[in-house]
Design a protein around this ligand. Structure first.
Ligand code: AMP
Ligand code: GLY
Length: 422
C-alpha cells in the first residue's frame, strides 16, 4: 500500500509529538495538522481549522482524502468528531461521543467504575439543597472537589482549607447545579495510556506527570508541567494489578457497547504504599505532556498501530517498546495556569542535542510564527524540552540543558521534573 496521509487534530505539544512519531513511520507519507502550531508546521502542513470545529475538521479530512484522522484533544471527541468521520467512512483514532463521556462526565465515569467494581475513591454529589458541612465532615482533609465540566485539568480543587473548600463547592453549585466531593486518595500518581478497540488493547509504558505548577508539587493544578517514562512506581506487579482490576473490566464493558471504543484510554492512577492501584480519572485521549515521553518509547511503526485501532484490528499488533528513558520539561508563559501573557518572542527553540545515546529537542505547544517568521508564544504551555537516553538521569540532564537555552520573557518551568524517580 502507498504511504498514508494522516490528519492530526489539535495544536499542543501532544500533537507535535504525535506528528513527529507519525513522520518517523514508514507507513506514513504525509502529515496534515489542524490547527497545529509552529512545531507541527515543520513536520507537515498546518490548516487553519479549529480542533473544536467538528464540521470544519470533517470537511478538511474529506477534501484532503486522508487515510486516518488522529484526534488529540477531548472536546471534539465529546462533541462527536469521530462519529461524523466514521459516517463518512474515514478511519478515526479516538472514541465516538458516547465513549468520550468517560472524560466528558466525571459522574458518568464514577458510575461506570462503581458498576464494574473498579477501584476508585468514594464520591458525594452535592446540590443546592445538600448539607455541605455534613458532606465535608464525612471525609478527612484534604478535600477534593471536582466540577463535572471539561476544564483542561483546572476544574479541580484539592485543599485543606475548609473555607476554600466550601466556597468552591458553593460557586460550582451555583454555576453547574451540582459538584462532586471526592475521597482523597493517597500514594503516588501515574498515567497509563491504553490503546484500545473491540479486538483488544495495548498498554503503553507508564508515565508520571507533574500536575502542580510549583516545585515539590505545590501551587495550583495545571494541565501538566512535565513528565517522564517509564514510571518506576508502576512495577511489573502493579502493572499486572492495573490490567486485571482496571483495564480488563473496562475493556470488557466498552467492547460490549453498541459502538466500539477505538482510540486511547488514559487511566490516571493513584498507587498506594502497598502497590494497590485506584483510578483518579479517565481521559479518552493521549495525555499532554505524557505523550511527549511515551511516543518516543514506541519502536514500532506508530501509523500502523493507530490505523489498526481506528479499524478495530489492534489485537493483531505486537508493538516493540524501547528500554530507554524519556523526560519532558514544560515551559509555561507568565501567569500560567492563570491568565497568561502571550505574543512574546521566543528564541532558542532550535536547540538540539545528539550526543552518543542522548537525544534532546523541543516539542512546541503554544507557539506561532508571525508574518516575518518570528516565533511567538501563543498559549499557557508554550513548549517542552524532551530528552531520550539510556537512563533517566542522563535524560533529565539533557532536557534541562535544552530548556536552559530557551528565552521567553516571564516564562517559568519546574526544576524538579522526575525527582521521585531520581
Ligand atoms: P483530575 O482532573 O480528576 O485528574 O484531577 C486533577 C488532579 O487532582 C489529579 O491529577 C490529582 O493530582 C488530583 N486529584 C484528583 N482526584 C484526586 C483524589 N481523589 N485524591 C487525590 N488527588 C486527586
Ligand atoms: N497531563 C494530564 C492530561 O493530559 O490530562
Amino acid at each position: 500500500m502507498a504511504g498514508m496521509k494522516v490528519l492530526v487534530v489539535g495544536g499542543g505539544g501532544r500533537e507535535h509529538a504525535l506528528a513527529i512519531g507519525l513522520s518517523e513511520s514508514n507507513s506514513v507519507d504525509s502529515i496534515h495538522t489542524c490547527p497545529g502550531n509552529a512545531g507541527t508546521s515543520m513536520v507537515g502542513i498546518n490548516h487553519n481549522v479549529s480542533a473544536t470545529d467538528v464540521d470544519g475538521v470533517v470537511a478538511l479530512a474529506s477534501e484532503l482524502s486522508v487515510d486516518l484522522v488522529v484526534v488529540g484533544p477531548e472536546a471534539p471527541l465529546v462533541a462527536g468528531l469521530s462519529d461524523s468521520l466514521r459516517e463518512k467512512g474515514i478511519p478515526s483514532f479516538g472514541p465516538h461521543s458516547e465513549g468520550a463521556e468517560l472524560e466528558g462526565s466525571k459522574l458518568h465515569a464514577k458510575r461506570v467504575m462503581e458498576s464494574l467494581g473498579i477501584p476508585t475513591g468514594g464520591v458525594q454529589i452535592l446540590r443546592a439543597d445538600s448539607d455541605i458541612d455534613a458532606a465535608l465532615a464525612r471525609y478527612s482533609p484534604p478535600w477534593v472537589i471536582k466540577r463535572d465540566v471539561l476544564a483542561a485539568g483546572k476544574g479541580v480543587v484539592v485543599t485543606e482549607d475548609v473555607e476554600d473548600a466550601r466556597s468552591f463547592i458553593e460557586d460550582s453549585i451555583s454555576t453547574d447545579g451540582f459538584v462532586l466531593l471526592e475521597e482523597f486518595l493517597t500514594g503516588e500518581e501515574a498515567s497509563m495510556l491504553v490503546i484500545m478497540d473491540e479486538s483488544g488493547f495495548i498498554c503503553l509504558p507508564a508515565s508520571q506527570d507533574h500536575k502542580r505548577v510549583g516545585e515539590g508539587d505545590t501551587g495550583p493544578n495545571t494541565g501538566g508541567m512535565g513528565a517522564y517514562a517509564p514510571a518506576p512506581v508502576v512495577t511489573p506487579t502493579v502493572r499486572q494489578r492495573v490490567i486485571e482490576q482496571i483495564v480488563n473490566p473496562m475493556h470488557h464493558h466498552l467492547r460490549n457497547q453498541p459502538t466500539p471504543y477505538r482510540g486511547v484510554l488514559y487511566v490516571g492512577l493513584m498507587i498506594d504504599e502497598e502497590g494497590a492501584p485506584s483510578v483518579v480519572e479517565y481521559n479518552v485521549r493521549f495525555g499532554d505532556p505524557e505523550t511527549q515521553v511515551t511516543i518516543p518509547l514506541i519502536d514500532s511503526d506508530l501509523g500502523l498501530i493507530l490505523l489498526a485501532a481506528a479499524e478495530g484490528r489492534i489485537s493483531g499488533m505486537e508493538p516493540v517498546f524501547s528500554k530507554r528513558s524519556a523526560v519532558t520539561v514544560v515551559l509555561a508563559s507568565e501567569g500560567y495556569p492563570g491568565p497568561s501573557k502571550t505574543g512574546r518572542r521566543i528564541s532558542g527553540e532550535e536547540t538540539r542535542i545528539e550526543e552518543g545515546e542522548i537525544t534532546a529537542f523541543i516539542h512546541q505547544a503554544g507557539t506561532v510564527r508571525d508574518d516575518d517568521g518570528i516565533l511567538l508564544s501563543n498559549g499557557g504551555r508554550v513548549l517542552s524540552a524532551t530528552a531520550i537516553a539510556n537512563n533517566l538521569p542522563s535524560a533529565v540532564g539533557a532536557a534541562y540543558a535544552v530548556i536552559d537555552e530557551i528565552q521567553l520573557d516571564g516564562s517559568h518551568y519546574r526544576r524538579d521534573i522526575a525527582y521521585r524517580a531520581l
